[in-house]
Design a binder for this molecule. Structure first.
Ligand code: ADP
Ligand code: MG
Length: 435
């Protein structure tokens, strides 16, 4: 696993300019990381002060985005500085923040569209083309690392580009909560309301975080209603659809469900490959087709973030050891992290199970015997090899010294009996389960 700091740095690298990143961020080191706290060290007092004034909020919000919850960030000079205390992230002035997009690099141009996200992408594009005019709100949900933040920021960036005078605010729900709580504490709710009322397009990322927090939900409901009534576009992302978010107040849920709800799901093989290829070319990583195949095949659980991580590792490893990226390097770097999938169930296992279940010796099963019970057992065996292992008719036939039409017939026979004979159904199902 990459550390929180590594991931945060990776994101900062894409969202800051090259100069900013190399001058100020690249040389920072972590002295310690906890789940919710990050202690970073700078090489000099001047450097620390500069980073503190210019980048601290950015580092903090990026770390929170990566971690999925607020992270306390402290910056010190030199080594051996203790971890920061657990503190709530300090509020960032909301409207100033909207002036600079949080993720200028998240655009439609570099979003790869596949079956897994094509509806979400379509909805996002429609909203970006016509903010406030089509789907309001647009609600994008799906698992971690599947492109929700990318899409909602792409909308924000596109609207900013097209409508220069629009006030576009994209904000993580945690930041909204922090903002609200601190306004409440300082008794500045009037200002808080005023700020939000001025917005033309509001993007709230990870809106599930506001569930269960009574006052926050109330405030958000209020803001939502005001903006929606004024025809302003609202875009939301969440890790779950509205109805599945626990402790979400009914009024809000209703609002969330009042527009278009779209889901992003795990990318299929083809999309994984295209994403890898796109990311590699964006980062000028030369990667042979064979390695793309390898990565696509191995990294399956994959959130897109995981694909990116693998690519980054591979690139780092290549430059560290001074080799070009090839299959061998990929295997050395990632092979243990993403082991090959276990081989498919061996055919012997099918035969053992069948022979046990029907009390027929395995040797009899593969023999030429044609008595009723043996034929039935053999047919079950063929059926399972076809359905569960996916062997070809010809391969199965070969094993039993029969031609493929016999196998085809066997598979059909079991299929038919399975649907009308409860006993056969029970038998086959239990064998399938044990396989
Ligand atoms: P989520 O918000 O759903 O957890 P993110 O939007 O942060 O996920 O995506 C994680 C990373 O994967 C980001 O760097 C993003 O750019 C990338 N990513 C996700 N989906 C795609 C895609 N379809 N095409 C290109 N990059 C993607
Ligand atoms: Mg996200």
């Amino acid at each position: 696993m990459q550390s929180l700091w590594d991931q945060t740095r990776m994101e900062l690298r894409t969202s800051l300019s090259v100069q900013e990143y190399t001058a100020w961020i690249a040389c920072l080191r972590t002295s310690a990381t906890l789940d919710d706290a990050l202690a970073v060290e700078a090489p000099s007092i001047f450097h620390r002060n500069w980073v503190q004034t210019h980048f601290l909020d950015r580092i903090r919000s990026t770390a929170a985005h990566v971690a999925g919850h607020p992270v306390a960030v402290s910056i010190s000079v030199g080594a051996g500085i203790p971890l920061p205390m657990k503190v709530a992230a300090s509020p960032v002035p909301v409207v100033q923040k909207s002036a600079a997009p949080a993720h200028p690099s998240f655009t439609f141009d570099n979003f790869v569209v596949g079956q897994c996200n094509e509806l979400a992408h379509g909805g996002a594009r429609a909203v970006a083309d016509n903010p406030g005019g089509v789907y309001n709100p647009l609600f994008i949900h799906g698992g971690v690392g599947l492109g929700k933040t990318h899409l909602v920021h792409a909308i924000a960036n596109a609207v900013r580009l097209r409508h220069r005078s629009y006030r576009v605010l994209s904000i993580g729900a945690e930041l909204f909560i922090n903002e609200m709580v601190s306004s409440l504490r300082r008794q500045q709710m009037e200002q808080f309301h005023r700020r939000f009322r001025k917005i033309d397009t509001l993007v709230v990322d990870d809106v599930q975080f506001i569930a269960g927090k009574e006052r926050t939900q109330e405030e958000f409901f209020h803001t939502f209603n005001l903006l929606a009534a004024a025809g302003k576009q609202i875009v939301l992302s969440s890790d779950k659809p509205p109805h599945a978010i626990p402790n979400l107040e009914a009024g809000l849920r209703n609002r969330f469900e009042g527009g278009l709800i779209v889901e992003v799901t795990r990318p299929d093989r083809e999309t994984r490959r295209r994403i890898l290829a796109a990311k590699a070319s964006q980062q000028n990583i030369e990667i042979p087709e064979t390695v793309l195949d390898y990565l696509t095949e191995r990294i399956r659980a994959a959130s897109v973030r995981e694909l990116e991580g693998a690519l980054t590792r591979l690139k780092a490893m290549a430059s560290l050891v001074g080799r070009t990226i090839d299959l061998a390097l990929a295997e050395e770097t990632l092979g243990r992290l993403y082991p090959a999938r276990p081989d498919r169930v061996p055919v012997e296992r099918v035969e053992t199970l069948v022979s046990e279940a029907l009390a027929i010796a395995r040797t009899t099963l593969v023999s030429g015997q044609r008595s009723g019970p043996v034929v039935f057992a053999r047919q079950v065996s063929m059926y399972l090899m076809r359905k569960q292992i996916g062997l070809s008719f010809a391969a199965i036939g070969e094993r039993y010294g029969r031609d493929h039409t016999t196998v085809l017939h066997a598979v059909r026979a079991i299929e038919a009996r399975r649907s009308c004979d409860a006993e056969v159904r029970r038998l086959v199902t239990s064998l399938e389960e044990r396989l």
